[in-house]
Design a protein around this ligand. Structure first.
Ligand code: PMV
Length: 329
């Protein structure tokens, strides 16, 4: 009744922002991401079949969760209990190797690791696609962390068809995500509330119309390992998503002065110094610089020299979730 899993976060090249069905978490558009090897969450789940545990106990990065943050995880455990037909409470302990809620998707790796560990501990025979659908209901981007390498989440039209699949394995392309942390504080508006606000932005329809073409280009760029094709679309969709965020009601402004400093620096390194590097940004202030392995050491060094940058984390493409023999308790 106990299992542990490590799952990587992921960085989206074409973003998920906005829901067609808020209850099932069916997105407005397909999204494409790279699973990260070096930004991951490890989770141990133990189900209490003896009935001694009165409630679920959830400890994340050393803090026992109460109230709303605990509720989101309890809701996911409820989903798993209903699917497996059990009523056991669970003990969950989880830790990530990167700052939470700062634009590195801790919900993606967190809910992927929780789903896989909880199902393994229950002995459920579900495959990765079924687990992707289950994880999606907790956090859309977690559906993509069920697979390694380069991953596409099909929008689909139902619970079972809105799932991710692997496009290419992690060894297909030695890309790097060099993450510039400009603020490690938790964001004030979570992405789960942000998705519902997307419908209020006049830019959402325009972005959704463009995404079909961008997806085709990104699929092709990944297949061909072509960064000069991928990079401009990466930046375009990150800016389009932040345009939607900024023009929602209420407006969401995740950027900090450090965000803008890194964007200008990355563009100058590319346009003036010829470095092949492109940016993307999730729902937070930190900037992800995407480049090939050979360029990453130069980008890291340059980022560390910027006063706005507090920390730099570099990640390779990573595998899908791994069950571990060692448990956190
Ligand atoms: O899965 P959520 O609800 O944390 O949403 C993730 C949203 C973005 O990170 C901004 C984009 C994405 O596709 O990962």
């Amino acid at each position: 009744m106990k299992a542990s899993c490590r799952a990587g976060s992921n960085i989206a090249f074409i973003k998920y922002w906005g829901v067609a069905d808020a209850a099932l978490l069916i997105p407005l558009n397909n999204s494409i991401s790279m699973t990260l090897a070096d930004a991951h969450t490890t989770t141990t789940v133990a189900w209490d079949s003896s009935g001694i545990l009165p409630t679920d106990t959830i400890v994340i990065d050393g803090t026992q969760l109460q109230g709303a943050p605990a509720q989101r995880i309890v809701a996911h455990l409820d989903r798993l209990r209903a699917l497996a037909g059990v009523s056991h409470k669970a003990r969950v302990l989880s830790k990530s190797n990167f700052p939470m809620a700062s634009g590195i998707a801790s919900s993606a790796s967190g809910f992927a690791a929780l789903t896989v560990a909880a199902c393994a501990a229950l002995g459920c025979p579900w495959d990765a696609s079924q687990l992707s659908a289950i994880a999606r209901q907790a956090s859309g981007s977690a559906s993509r962390s069920l697979f390694g390498g380069f991953v596409e989440w099909e929008r689909g039209s139902s619970h079972t068809s809105s799932v991710a699949h692997q496009m290419r394995a992690e060894n297909h392309w030695a890309l790097r995500d060099v993450i510039a942390i400009v603020s490690a504080r938790a964001k004030r508006v979570s992405s789960s509330s942000g998705h519902r606000l997307a419908a209020t932005s006049p830019f959402t329809t325009a972005r959704t119309l463009c995404v079909a073409d961008w997806l085709a280009t990104v699929r092709h760029a990944i297949a061909e390992r072509n960064l000069s094709l991928l990079g401009p679309i990466l930046e375009l969709d990150a800016l389009a998503m932040h345009g939607v965020m900024m023009t929602s009601a209420p407006s969401l402004l995740y950027w900090q002065p450090g965000t803008v400093a890194v964007l200008h620096a990355a563009r100058a390194w590319r346009e003036q110094d010829g470095l092949p590097v492109f940016f993307t940004i999730d729902a937070g202030p930190n900037v992800h610089l995407i480049c090939e392995a050979e360029t990453a050491p130069t980008i890291e060094k340059r980022l560390r020299a910027l006063p706005a940058v507090r920390q730099v984390i570099t990640s390779r493409p990573g595998p899908g979730p791994q069950l571990l023999d060692e448990h956190l308790f």
